[in-house]
Design a protein around this ligand. Sequence first.
Ligand code: PMP
Length: 503
Amino acid sequence: MQLKIDRESRVPIYLQLKNQLRSLIYSGELSAGSQLPPERKLADSLGLNRTTVLTAYRELKADGLVDSHVGKGTVVLPVLSEVSDRYDGYEVPSFRQFFSQTAERANEPLLRDLLQMANRKDIISFSAGISSMDNDPVEALMGLEKELLEQPEHFALKHTPTEGLPSLRQNIAKLMRERGTNVSPDEVLVLSGSQQGIALSAEVFIDPGDVVLVEEPSFFSALQIFNAAGARVVGVPVDENGMKVDVLEQLLKRHRPKLIYTMPTFQNPSGITMSLERRRRLLELAYQEKVLILEDDPYGEIRFEGPRLPSLLELDAYGYVIYLSTFSKILFPGIRIGWMVAHKQVIHQFTMQKQLCDLHANSISQWIVDRFLESGSYAEHVEKLRKEYKEKRDIMVEALMNSSIKGLEWTKPLGGFYVWCRLPEGTPHMALLVNAADRGVSYIPGTAFFTGGRGGGYMRLNYTYPDKKDITTGIQRLKAAIEAVSRQPGKATEGLTDIKPIV
Ligand code: PMP
């Protein structure tokens, strides 16, 4: 492959590079499926800055000519024949110039790449963050679906109200009572997954420039959503008792945020649970400073040890808390049903916003979940999950212990889905991600959970999704990857939060 850079030209260097690669792709010299050279290698061979190559690759990606995946590099895509065969003076539009600022801010492929990687058969996935696929309700749900589709007039395929199927709202209110909060069905909004609740919160509450306080580390999709909305996302450090409320108090005064986003129970990614004292203090501060709290609780019921603590919603006396939860972790993520509980005025505004977005959550999924809750097997099912996931957590923690990876520290979570690890000092974290993928194991790098590219010294491991028999093999592969990259000279990682992993 011949590439020539003209440093005297008025055409920017990245564009020269992009145009030449584009011609090679259209001419077929670079055929579909072939790999572009790694950015650093190409930069070195042409005497360019790596960012220049990165920008050219990004542009090719935006034009749909290449795609990039963690572990696979940048790969040439098939050229659409109707575009390449015809030449009449026109060109495929340069779509990027049409995209909104929100779309530009949403350009973060990590999540999509990781979801793809979770589906690859050759990879043991510690990255997925989803429930295991081999527990009983698959069969129960299959039966329900058949029964629903056989109903007269196919009512399960019709529209449902934006707020949600009335009987499901009632069943969720009942479930919330079992979780300790007295809720009426009209304080419940059924969502297409709880992530939609975060996205709608950004639309309902955030104007560009508004401040949102988040835990540091925090759930990466929430960070992406608030960033895409143009919010200024400010982190509040977390220690073993959850969000540091003394730091929060100062940040509230300094930034006057609109919203505090928190996962008080079995936080994603750290697994940490906020103490009762801090929960109370957090609410007091919210009342004093008049700031709303978005409480995200997907994992609260997956508790292996320790006492149940009341949710912020349960402790809230004035309606400052907007509560989110989901069936993704209890049933299956593809079912896409979550819910929100909030003051009726908030529910009304969110309903208006949701109507613009998708009219209502998928009807058949709502009916399936409703029938599942009606069947009375929910409590028994959750109990089974707790047992199974505790076993998987123990296998992972034991495998980490037995692996004796020098300098690696990890948490032993009391519930939830994740083990949070601190990498050995100085591990080159990007190289590790690629090396691990090459060896057939994936995880989520710490940088996904922090703002500003920090957090490279950490990684999140999920134990609920992989098969029990694969967990130990996955940890061995990870060990081999850590040892391999540690032998190479690399960039040091930084130590960032106050979380002290409990070994
Ligand atoms: N919040 C948190 C903290 C999560 O971990 C997840 C899923 N990983 C979600 C929300 C989104 O869940 P859902 O599938 O219901 O959209």
